[in-house]
Design a protein around this ligand. Structure first.
Ligand SMILES: *[C@@H]1O[C@H](CO)[C@@H](O)[C@H](O)[C@H]1NC(C)=O
Ligand SMILES: *[C@@H]1O[C@H](CO)[C@@H](O)[C@H](O)[C@H]1NC(C)=O
Ligand SMILES: *[C@@H]1O[C@H](CO)[C@@H](O)[C@H](O)[C@H]1NC(C)=O
Ligand SMILES: *[C@@H]1O[C@H](CO)[C@@H](O)[C@H](O)[C@H]1NC(C)=O
Ligand SMILES: *[C@@H]1O[C@H](CO)[C@@H](O)[C@H](O)[C@H]1NC(C)=O
Length: 483
């Protein structure tokens, strides 16, 4: 028998005698039986337990300082044991520091009955996030407990939970509905969701963040999902990686949310898009269209947009006008030069990494008056003196080059291929070829002049010599004739 089992028996015995005494002992934490199987990280105030630790109340006691809990692995299908410990469990949980930031169940199989028991234990504890990851729900519960006292949970997350039982029945069990529909944040990620019925979406009156990424939602579903009256307080919506194809339909069904600030439509396929004249609400400040197969912008952008992510598309030109735009992400598109687009007076951050640009020019970047940060790594740079010069100028001008110098490498010329742009050495004359040409010309000219002068001199002295010789001969003739 494990020592914790013995100590559990001891604990339960004591519990039955005197709860107050128990609490005193737990708080002092001096008892050997407070060392359970849960691992407590004091720095993070994080407690990691196996699911079966929930059966063994003692193990959780070592975590009463924790602000977040994880229950990992195993299954919890039968609740008669837990129900037996209800009173004790509540005693222990009452000592946990409040509020909790997160309670996660990972790699688990749970019965709904267990879940409703668990919710009963924690209904007094404010919990920011209750999360289920890689979880399977089994069985059905009739949610007997939580009708009067709903748990205080602001965010509910399901990640990779193919059966999400709560929604099927939230409508039929008011006890569930009275807290699930008060959520501020709901995540249903990678959970094979094809639709959420309109009458369910209408109940989420306080929901401000909804994340439905990684599901199988299609254009046809979106009208029902975002039907009139649904999610009236929605501020952040993530529809990343679904099966949406028609930008216009998506826009038409979402642009009723007049408080929506952030919209993520990334990783859908809008490549077969015809021109859309759908207008976004003026509240929308962030639009993410990463990896959506865009070849051109033939739709209307949100006019107050501050952050626009168009990365991983097929854009090769851009003509947009967004007066408030601060961040523009154009990474991994097909721009061959830095796009100079008319009206972005407030642009501060521009990402161009992964485009087929070959060089950078400060002059072009200065087109954006407020630019502070530029990202231009993973570009096939032609490493030349002028690139070096431009980069020096860019840095001198106060612009920040993100990821410099590590991911800035040369593609050409052959000799520099694969080297870091910052490490390619150019000699003085390599970078000053015109000067070198002038110098060579001047030197050549001087040499020529010198040669000409020499030639003239030599010629002249030859002439003089021959003259001298001739006069000498004449003299000797005269001399001869005199003699
Ligand atoms: C919700 O709507 C669906 C289909 O529109 C319907 O089958 C279901 O009965 C409705 N549920 C409630 C509780 O109204
Ligand atoms: C847009 O979505 C992608 C994922 O699809 C993410 O990596 C990126 O950070 C998002 N962009 C912004 C500006 O939030
Ligand atoms: C592209 O859209 C048109 C209608 O706009 C449709 O007829 C066609 O089938 C679509 N093509 C593909 C490959 O989805
Ligand atoms: C996107 O859809 C088009 C047809 O509309 C198709 O040809 C293309 O392969 C799709 N792209 C991806 C990445 O699925
Ligand atoms: C850019 O768009 C504006 C208005 O949308 C238009 O007047 C202008 O001609 C366009 N410029 C280019 C180069 O296409």
């Amino acid at each position: 028998m494990r020592s914790s089992d013995i100590s559990l028996k001891g604990l339960l015995f004591i519990m039955k005698i005197n709860h107050a005494f128990l609490l005193l002992m737990l708080i002092t934490q001096k008892m050997p039986w407070t060392d359970g199987d849960c691992l407590y990280n004091a720095d993070l105030r994080y407690c990691s337990c196996s699911l079966s630790d929930l059966n063994n109340i003692v193990s959780i006691v070592s975590c009463i300082q924790a602000s977040s809990f994880e229950f990992k692995g195993g299954s919890f299908l039968y609740t008669h044991v837990n129900i037996l410990y209800n009173v004790e469990m509540e005693q222990v949980l009452a000592m946990i520091q409040l509020p909790l930031t997160k309670v996660r169940f990972v790699d688990v199989t749970l019965s709904e009955e267990f879940l409703s028991t668990f919710l009963k234990w924690i209904y007094k504890i404010p919990i920011e996030v209750l999360a289920f990851e890689n979880a399977t729900f089994a069985g059905k519960s009739n949610w007997p407990y939580i009708t009067e006292t709903p748990p205080r949970i602001s965010s509910l997350q399901f990640v990779n939970v193919p059966t999400y039982p709560l929604f099927d029945r939230a409508l039929t069990f008011p006890g569930l509905g009275n807290w699930i529909f008060k959520l501020e944040e709901l995540t249903l990620k990678k959970s094979n969701i094809r639709s959420i019925p309109c009458n369910a979406s209408r109940y989420f009156e306080d929901l401000s963040r909804l994340d439905l990424s990684g599901n199988f939602l299609e254009d046809n579903d979106i009208l029902a999902l975002f039907c009139r009256g649904s999610f009236p307080k929605l501020k952040t919506l993530t529809l990343q990686s679904n099966n949406f194809k028609n930008f216009d339909t998506v826009c038409q069904s979402i642009n009723k949310y007049s408080q929506l600030v952030q919209l993520d439509l990334s990783q859908n396929n809008f490549s077969n898009m015809s021109t859309s004249l759908c207008n976004w609400k003026s509240s929308l400040l962030l639009l993410n269209l990463t990896d959506t197969g865009l070849e051109e912008i033939n739709f209307i952008l949100p006019r107050n947009c501050e952050v626009l992510d168009l990365s991983y598309n097929k854009l090769d030109s851009l003509n947009i006008s967004l007066v408030n735009l601060k961040e523009l992400y154009l990474s991994y598109n097909k721009f061959a030069t830095i796009p100079i687009t008319a009206n972005l007076p407030n642009l501060e951050i521009l990402a161009l990494n992964g485009n087929p640009i070959k060089t950078l020019q400060l002059g072009q970047l200065q087109h954006y008056k407020r630019l502070r940060i530029i990202r231009a790594d993973n570009i096939l740079y032609m490493c030349s003196c002028s690139l070096n010069h431009e980069i020096k100028e860019i840095k001198k001008s106060g612009l920040t080059l993100q990821h410099w110098p590590d991911e800035y490498t040369c593609e050409s010329p052959m000799l520099s291929k694969g080297k870091l742009v910052s490490e390619v050495y150019h000699s003085f004359f390599e970078c000053h070829k015109p000067l070198l040409t002038v110098i060579i010309c001047i030197v050549a000219l001087l040499v020529c002049i010198a040669a000409v002068i020499c030639w003239v001199k030599i010629h002249r002295s030859n002439k003089m010599r021959s003259q001298n010789v001739r006069t000498g001969n004449m003299n000797s003739v005269q001399f001869q004739s005199q003699t």
